[in-house]
Design a protein around this ligand. Structure first.
Ligand SMILES: *Cc1c(COP(=O)(O)O)cnc(C)c1O
Length: 389
């Protein structure tokens, strides 16, 4: 049930701009060869954006392939009525084979041992074999192509093998060394795909967001493996690596907002918050914001980060608390109880996105998005209407 909401009554929430999500999806699709499909990667609650609503919206745009990290995410999507392929990218215990089978999910085979254990359950589940071309995380090694392919063939007897895939580990880095490594990964994968061509596997894929951007137009990667891109971070408008640039239409879809609960005058020389780490250097106006580290606002931004308010920056002063954060609004006119602040997004001519915050913290935008916690309500916006599930 979708309900219209009044944003000023809320504490800490995100607004997902579905129209921008659509633009990102269609823009990315437009740079791919015509017959290349997108598998939307919606693991980790769609990188914090809310997986069910993201999947529904993408389904309405024609996307029929989805990838998640684990069986709980997959079952949640099925129960919400999401159809099409749902690929579980990570390990699932063979004990859950029945659920995989009954929910028509597709399981990644992380190793030969995993495949055998799943086959032994007697459920002919849909599955895809992970191929390790250099990441050394999951998958079959490719040192001996024939042996690797024979192993894969042996699984087709008791399992409904519908694909193979590999994962690129430096596709987002444009240094000659990384380009060489990525090309080698693609070559190893293509050799396996060619050797298994007679199996007519419908799903053969190796590109993540960065791979699709930087490698797919280039021959000679082979048409076999160009057919699907597993699109994650770029769908949400963030960059795989800070050195990357995105097509200009692709922008962040998420805005994180919160509310000011009180504003007060604090004389010069007083301390603010836990640990007394900030001392006012002038007569100050300090506002309290109803978001803290339990909402996913990283505590390392204490005395360092800022939020946006009326197109201006309000610095975070003192330590970020579990549920609240203090900001200095001395230089911003007319701030009052109930005003909204923007933690991620834009305000006037200012913008501050997950990638920017990531840079301040020495991490990646992915982590900033995934850290936004469950109690931050997910809201969705299309054509000016804001609603929640
Ligand atoms: C997370 C993940 C992706 C998506 O990566 P992005 O960089 O977000 O596009 C693709 N494939 C696999 C196997 C993944 O685990």
């Amino acid at each position: 049930m979708e309900v219209k909401i009044n944003q000023t009554e809320k504490r800490s929430w995100i607004e997902v701009d579905l129209d921008q999500l659509k633009t990102n999806y269609l823009t990315y699709k437009s740079i791919l060869p015509e017959d290349t499909k997108i598998m939307a990667v919606i693991k980790a609650d769609a990188y914090g954006h809310g997986d069910i609503h993201t999947a529904r919206w993408l389904s309405s745009l024609g996307c029929q392939l989805f990838a998640v990290s684990n069986i709980d995410e997959a079952v949640g999507l099925r129960e919400a009525g999401i159809e099409g392929e749902i690929l579980i990218l990570g390990y699932t215990s063979p004990k859950h084979a029945r659920i995989i089978y009954c929910q028509n999910l597709t399981q990644t085979l992380v190793s030969a041992e995993h495949a055998k254990a799943l086959a032994d359950t007697g459920y002919r589940i849909k599955c895809q074999m992970a191929i390790d071309t250099g990441m050394n995380r999951i998958g079959l090694r490719t040192d001996n192509i024939l042996q690797c392919c024979n192993t894969i063939r042996s699984f087709t007897k008791n399992l409904d093998l519908n694909g193979i895939f590999t994962h690129l580990c430096v596709a987002d880095d444009r240094s000659p060394e990384s380009i060489r490594f990525t090309e080698l990964q693609i070559k190893k994968f293509r050799n396996i795909a060619n050797e298994l061509e007679d199996l007519k596997l419908p799903f053969i894929h190796c590109f993540n967001s960065a791979g699709g951007l930087f490698y797919i137009g280039n021959e000679p990667y082979g048409s076999l493996i160009k057919s699907i891109v597993r699109l994650g971070i770029v769908l949400y408008g963030c960059i795989p690596d800070i050195s990357d640039t995105l097509p200009s239409n692709i922008k962040p879809v998420l805005t994180w907002k919160s509310t000011i609960s009180m504003v007060k005058d604090v004389p010069k020389g007083e301390s603010i918050g836990y640990g007394r780490t900030y001392i006012t250097t002038r007569s100050s106006r300090i506002a309290t914001v109803t978001t803290g580290y339990a909402d996913g606002l990283n505590r390392l931004l204490s005395n360092k980060g800022f939020v946006m308010l009326n197109g201006e920056k309000a610095p975070i002063v003192g330590r970020i608390c579990m549920d609240q954060t203090l900001i200095d609004v001395t230089d911003i006119e007319g701030v009052k109880m109930g005003d909204n602040v923007i933690i991620l997004g834009n305000s006037g001519s200012l913008s501050h996105y997950a990638d920017d915050m990531a840079k301040e913290l020495g991490t990646i935008g992915y982590e900033i998005l995934c850290d936004i916690s469950k109690r931050v309500q997910r809201c969705y916006k299309t054509q000016g209407l804001l609603y929640t599930l």
